[in-house]
Design a protein around this ligand. Sequence first.
Ligand code: ADP
Ligand code: MG
Length: 287
Amino acid sequence: AIPLVVSVSTSLAATNGFLIRNRAAFEQSRNLQAVIFDKTGTLTEGTFSVTDVLNFNDQFSDDEILTYAASLETNSEHPIAKGILERAENTLDVDEFNSITGKGIEGVVDGKNVKVVSPGYIREAEMDYPKKKVEEISSQGKTVVFVIIEDKLCGAVALGDKIRESSRNAIKTLHEMGLECVMLTGDNQQTADYVAKELNIDQVFAEVLPDEKADKVKEVQGQGKRVAMTGDGVNDAPALAQADVGIAIGAGSDVAVETGDIVLVKDNPEDVVNLIKLSGATYNKMI
Ligand code: ADP
Ligand code: MG
């Protein structure tokens, strides 16, 4: 039988904004030393809007760069895709679409080979571009993706996301409770550093590929800490599973929600604090 105090806390949990899917993980929540957060869609709202279009060589107009990028993005569910599609005037047919895991997407648009990719991809391909301008934009916390058309780096699209106000409060309170706050993201280092600094994050892992996210959770556990991982994306699911407590954002992907031990139904990072407090209040009362 379920102890009365636990079943009471389950309904308390629902009014507090989270759903308990794994009771043992709920109990563990009072013993955590670190909380790891995914960036996009978790600490930030995950709704991107285009702020700048950079044109590196005027081979194509700004509108053409946007159109080629947006055409590919019709096949993607990444928040970046939504932002670019919102801004583009029109899209063209795409053949041979392919996603480059953790780095971008590629395909044939209007007979041309097009790629929309991360700064990390460009670095590895050793392609040249006006670094100063891009660094200036990235260090403002914006996400920059590059547009390659027929193997030429033609331009870039910068997108802005919003840090959730509730993320600030959550991290402040977690610090007061003595927990370490860590951020994990596939986004580039400069963008990640900006958000981390804004939120007072203790440890940052940037440019992490989807299949490396769980390893980073292990790395923090290897520092002798019991950790919770909070995330929303398909690529967060293995990390949620690896963590001592996996916390999914309710509005996130089905895979994340199904993997999470706890689901934040109001998508509010402050409910991580409420979860830890309720776990303590519940289990410290029991004999
Ligand atoms: P995250 O969820 O933290 O953004 P991802 O692994 O999904 O991590 O993406 C990592 C990076 O790969 C993004 O920051 C972006 O640069 C690039 N990327 C991924 N998907 C797309 C896409 N659909 N369009 C453009 N760039 C993308
Ligand atoms: Mg995310």
